[in-house]
Design a protein around this ligand. Sequence first.
Ligand code: SF4
Length: 341
Amino acid sequence: MGFIGASKPELFRVSLPAIRSRTRGYQSVPKTFYRPTIVISECLLSAPCRWDCTRIRDDFVRRLRRRVRFQPVCPEMEIDLGAPRDPIRLVQVGDSVGLFQPSTKRRLTGRMTRFAREMTARLKDVDGIILKHKSPSCGIRGAKLFDSASQSARVIARRSGIFAAEILSRFDDYPAEDEERLEKRQVREQFLTRIFTLANYRATERLGRLSGLVKFHSRNESLLRTYSVGMAQRMSGLIEEEVSSRAVEIPDQYGYLLRQALMRRPRKDSIARTFSQALDHFRNDLNWADIGRFEKSLEEYVNGDVSPDVLREIVRIWAVRYDRAWVRQQAFFNPFPEHLL
Ligand code: SF4
């Protein structure tokens, strides 16, 4: 486990196709992102650390590899179980849950809990977590809980693994998913949006200047209002208070509010409203046919017939073509490098 500790935010740039601006000719508007830091179950990176040493190939994780900083961890290797190893399982013991290796009758609960606590206490600068589905150590959900350690034991529930429970209790408002849920496009989209927004905020926070936070909030205004109007207003109010009291530093509470806001799942009608507000920025430039086509696509999006990517792409093109700096800088229309989805 070669990691842990603060890391310097790292920027990277993604080139977008050139778009013709009405006043400036063709423009290629590159987009920069801060590289998120993701704690990940090491076996999802194809490491031969599973109990039977089989390797996992996960396409989404492979795509992420070049664009995020992974912090891999295999808790079972960390507590010296080695690979290959005999399987371990979660067992109900009175009111609590234990981790056992039935073949050796070893109790592993104490070692795993100690490792998980020590490791999560040292973790810094995390933007998200990806863990292995169903594992008695790493599973966020879906790990089998048995009624005993015997051969004839029955599965009595599904729950999180011992390591997962510990890390999730420390990072309870951070994006955390398993590879199975990340197979769903909508889950991937929300996960990517959250990790890139949090990485961006972490870079802003590191500089510590209120002026930087004002810029961050402005760039994320549409996105935050889509997730939660109430939370976005609280965050704006917090910034206004700080500005009017002539503070220069970022208030501690902002990061908490940001993470809480991003935990909500944006509703379709909120997303449609944000696109509709974007359209208002271009009404004087567009003809009725273009406006009508966009409004029809919006309806189709609400009915599930059109992907939001199509609407995003149209708004991005208009923002460059008609020189709308405010729309162009809104993270909502470019929340993460698209090829990762
Ligand atoms: S699920 Fe977790 S403990 Fe099991 S092999 Fe993968 S990283 Fe290691």
